[in-house]
Design a protein around this ligand. Structure first.
Ligand code: SF4
Ligand code: SF4
Ligand code: SF4
Ligand code: FES
Length: 946
């Protein structure tokens, strides 16, 4: 495939009910009212010269290159800033216009280095292109006058450079940072000839810049350019694919030279990201070809033995014979597997199929267990579907946005930019979070209410918000009457009206002033379209499912469901966590969330798969580990997950794995879990395979192979081999055939084909006969389950309590530059921003303990202790500390406990009672971990595999 060049229409698309027809160079064209002449011309196939305009930004009108003539009007207006009007007759070419444009270009070029042929942007530079378009041959003024050609280049950002001598001060970068990203890191300093772009008076690395790259993409010259392009040259082909990091699911053009990625460019037609990205997707892709990749299968008898590189055949047959031996000795249910939310839908579908059909049991689980399983439970029980209700674009119609337990600017950055855009347009904002996250106050955005509740008091808070709605007469009675189960509603109304749920009564639990809760509830209920966006701060609690139900109750009571601008929207973590759940990765459900005990459904799968299937749910991850410690669970297949680092109570996870007789790990890297593995199967990155991912808005997007699998096989092919060796051959020539099977067996996917995905770009499930092009907004006109179901949400405090010994609450999360357990981002330049996890602590708590910024501190819970540096931060509230879990050496999950959500076993990562003290040395666990890494490195060097 050649390099994809997307059309730049110069100014953004306008949506209007009225259309206008005009003539451009004699060609009639009809566009929505408000469209610029420039865009109308491009839509008529007539490009107009331009430099300061690009269609991701509002028109600015500074370069004067896009001048046109309009019949009956004087002068030569800029086509980018002049709206099309009915009957206009526009001329884009005339001798006068040509003369004027050449004059403009002369001014630019006379102040520009003449190194086009050796410039990294050669062949991909709009200034160069425009010089050609206007026919500039020579510069009459010469090159001797005052200029901006002084040397000096800012290379501080690890991924892009800034060379001011090439800048034409078009301001596209400044506007991209404001309009697209919403960070406002850049300004134009000075006036007139002295004006120049500045990153707030410092270099890019030390500025407010979050390295999203929007400015680089907007820059028409090589002033801002990716270092990878400077080093490797321009790409010669592109492949459109989907980011493998977070649940936003941004679409990218991977630009390649041969089989080497040169850069990732956000795809303008990407329906989740509309041409924007964050630092991870755009820049942090180097892990995919990192030297740490293991490219040969390996086996060993004991986990203390050196690895032995073997052929694929030997590794697969060894794994299969071990699993068979274990089942023969300990029974059918003594093995299981974990699917990966980083792998494609087709791959996770195959793993669960292999487990159910070839292992013969339902012992399959996925990482959603530790993040959004309560979302599935809560939304299914109230609305009838285990997924978010809206598409991302729905936020454009929201009048009130309530963010609960989520930190979008760090964890879902592209959607955060979208949300901030809507907030700058005037939507109101309520933030419910123990920390003062960036959204609470960021340039041109300020939350109307920040409710800094104590970790563990979510349900008390949502009950109090609902109490205000019900007791102050703010219930959307007609919505409830028409759409909800009235008996359940009346029961709930009685419960929630009880005085014990009032903001005044729960204040001592939440720590939030009742007046603020009342005001926030009134705003949510009466402010127009109100939408809730939430994250793991909701789900990772002992009452995670109750809280999801509580939010669903609140949205139903106020009628905020079933149209644009409203809804309950989980911001899901991993790129394909929605997909891995949809594909039947839970022990109790087939694809499409159908229970394994449902005879009709099971028979459907038995018939299709030609095998008898178990009708009882299998073991969850935590049950598998418990059973391993008890000696009844002996073998595990883990595809693309690192449960030692990601799951709570690390010591328990390690003990469970160590007690097994065969652990098979399939991954890119020898991760922490691989320390307990007997078979290692090299995995493949998202660049190496075809398939689909499903993002947080249920959007099924294509993953397309950009380079061949480095270890020889894509992950789905490896599962096929293992299944065959286990005696259950499956036959697919391409992932599209797996999707065809998913569509045949899953009603919500019945209309999904690769042909349709290629044609439409993506679709949101349900996609079937009723909705052939997918479903952006759920529950329009009625809930999937019929009547919406209110459920009682009794607040039951977690058993994890602060005590004299553990007086602080630890809560955990992630930051922008790192991702999850860090396996990918730690192998990129993103470490510049976060090379270790730190403990954020409020100044009072620090002072009480004699802790200064940067001091090494111990973090101790009843589960374990670790040490890490302290960062004193007023973002914290007194009594609450916070850390991330991106670095294995930190071992944040050594201190988290075994408490979990009552309904789904989702771990309670967000509430751990801890003590923090000054420390002199690393904790015993960390010493032990360091020794373990040393042994692993030694074993690897004996293997010759590093
Ligand atoms: S990389 Fe993004 S945040 Fe940084 S200056 Fe450019 S647009 Fe702004
Ligand atoms: S850096 Fe690029 S986008 Fe920014 S003003 Fe200069 S030429 Fe324009
Ligand atoms: S927002 Fe998420 S999906 Fe988009 S580029 Fe960043 S990490 Fe990738
Ligand atoms: S493109 Fe219209 S003024 Fe620059």
């Amino acid at each position: 495939m050649a390099l994809i060049q997307e059309t730049d229409y110069g100014t953004p698309l306008r949506v209007a009910e009225t259309m206008v027809t005009l003539e451009v160079d004699g060609n009639p064209v009809t566009v929505p009212a408000g469209t610029s002449i420039m865009r109308a011309a491009v839509e008529a196939g007539i490009p107009v010269p331009k430099l300061c305009a690009t269609d991701s930004l509002q028109a600015f009108g500074s370069c004067r290159l896009c001048l046109v003539e309009i019949e009956g009007r004087r002068g030569t207006p800029a086509s980018c800033t002049t709206p099309a009007e009915p009957g206009m007759k526009v001329r884009t070419q005339s001798p006068k216009l040509a003369r004027m444009r050449r004059g403009m270009m002369e001014l630019y070029i006379s102040d520009h280095p003449l190194d086009c042929l050796t410039c990294s942007a050669n062949g991909n530079c709009e200034l160069q292109d425009m010089a050609g378009v206007v026919g500039l041959r020579e510069v009459r003024y010469g090159y001797e006058g005052a200029n901006h050609l002084e040397p000096g280049k800012d290379t501080s950002n690890p991924y892009f450079s800034f060379e001011p001598s090439k800048c034409i001060v078009c301001s596209r970068c400044v506007r991209a940072c404001e309009e697209v990203q919403g960070t406002f890191a850049l300004t134009i300093e000075g006036r007139g000839f002295a004006s120049k772009v500045s990153a707030g008076g410092t270099d890019f690395l030390n500025s407010e810049c979050v390295s999203c790259g929007a400015c680089v993409q907007a820059c028409p010259t090589a002033t801002l350019i990716e270092k990878s392009v400077t080093e490797k040259g321009q790409g010669d082909r592109s492949v459109v694919t989907t980011c493998a990091y977070c649940g936003v699911g941004c679409s990218f053009k991977a630009e390649l030279r041969g089989n080497e990625v040169v850069r990732m460019v956000p795809y303008k037609d990407g329906q989740a990201n509309h041409g924007h990205s964050c630092v991870k997707g755009r820049f942090a892709w180097g892990y995919a070809t990192h030297k740490d990749r293991i490219l040969k299968p390996m086996i060993r008898a004991q986990i203390t033995d050196p690895w032995r590189e073997v052929t694929w055949e030997e590794a697969i047959s060894h794994a299969a014979s071990e699993f068979k031996r274990i089942q023969a000795k300990y029974g059918r249910d003594s093995i299981g597997g974990i699917t990966s939310s980083r792998c494609t839908d087709e791959e996770t579908y195959l793993v669960q199929k292999m487990i159910r059909a070839a292992f013969g049991n339902n012992n399959v689980d996925t990482c959603a267990r530790v993040c959004h399983s309560p979302t599935g439970y809560g939304l299914k029980n109230t609305f009838g579907t285990s997924a978010g209700t809206q598409d991302f674009d729905s936020v454009d119609a929201a009048d009130v946005i309530m963010v609960i337990g989520a930190n979008p600017t760090d964890a879902h950055p592209v959607f955060a930019s979208h949300m901030k855009h809507r907030l700058r347009e005037g939507a109101r904002l309520i933030v419910v979070d123990p920390r003062r996250i960036d959204l609470v106050e960021t340039p041109h955005v300020k939350a109307d209410y920040h409710l800094p509740l104590r970790p563990g008091s979510n349900v008390a808070m949502i009950n109090a918000l609902a109490h205000v709605v019900v007791t102050e007469g703010l219930v959307a009675e007609s919505f409830v009457k028409e759409r909800c189960d009235l008996a359940a509603f009346e029961q709930w109304r009685q419960f929630i009206s009880e005085e014990r749920n009032s903001p005044e009564n729960v204040e001592r639990v939440t720590g939030v002033p009742a007046a603020d809760v009342r005001a926030a509830a009134r705003l949510y209920a009466t402010g127009g379209n109100s939408a809730i966006y939430y994250g793991l701060g909701v789900t990772e609690h002992s009452q995670g499912s109750t809280m999801v139900i509580g939010m669903a109750n609140l949205a139903m009571a106020t009628g905020n469901l079933g149209r644009r601008g409203v809804g309950i929207n989980p911001l899901r973590g991993q790129n394909n966590v929605q997909g891995s759940c949809d594909m039947g990765s839970f022990p109790h459900e087939f694809s499409g969330y159908r229970h394994v005990s449902d005879d009709a459904v099971r028979q459907l799968f038995e018939h299709a798969w030609q095998v008898a299937l178990q009708g009882e749910p299998g073991l969850r991850i935590s049950n598998m580990l418990d059973a391993a410690c008890d000696g009844t669970f002996k073998g595990l297949y883990v595809q693309g997950e690192d449960i030692v680092q990601s799951d709570p109570n690390t010591q328990h996870v390690s003990a469970g794995l160590a007690a097994m007789e065969c652990v098979v790990v399939q991954d890119l890297f020898l991760n922490e879990t691989a320390s307990y593995a007997h078979v290692f199967l090299p995995g493949s990155s998202f660049l190496e395979k075809d398939g689909t991912f499903i993002n947080a808005e249920r959007r099924i997007g294509r993953v397309r192979q950009a380079i061949p699998p480095m270890a020889g096989y894509a992950d789905w092919e490896i599962t096929l081999k293992l299944s065959e060796a286990l005696g259950y051959p499956m036959h697919y020539n391409h992932p599209s055939e797996i999707m065809d099977e998913i569509a045949r067996l899953t009603p919500t996917f019945a209309g999904v084909t690769y042909e349709k995905l290629d044609r439409l770009g993506s679709v949101q499930w349900p996609c079937n006969e009723k909705a052939p092009e997918g479903t952006p907004v759920m529950h329009v006109g009625g809930f999937v389950r019929g009547k919406g179901r209110f459920m009682i949400t009794e607040f039951i405090p977690t058993d994890e309590r602060t005590t004299d010994r553990f007086p602080l609450i630890l809560t955990t999360g992630r930051i922008l530059s790192q991702y999850n357990v860090g396996a990918q981002t730690r192998r990129t330049e993103n470490n510049v921003w976060h090379d270790q996890d730190v403990l954020e602590i409020h100044p009072w708590d620090a002072e009480n303990r004699g802790i200064n910024d940067g001091d090494l501190v111990s973090l101790t819970s009843r589960a374990g202790d670790i040490t890490l540096p302290a960062r004193i931060s007023e973002r914290m509230q007194p009594g609450v500390v916070y850390t991330t879990f991106h670095h294995a050496m930190t071992g944040a999950n050594v201190v988290t406990t075994e408490f979990s959500d009552w309904a789904t076993s989702c771990p309670e990562y967000k509430v751990t009672a801890v003590q923090v003290q000054l420390a002199k040395r690393m904790s015993a666990w960390q010493e032990q971990y360091r020794e373990q890494r040393r042994i692993t490195t030694q074993i690897l060097s004996q293997t010759g595999a590093d």
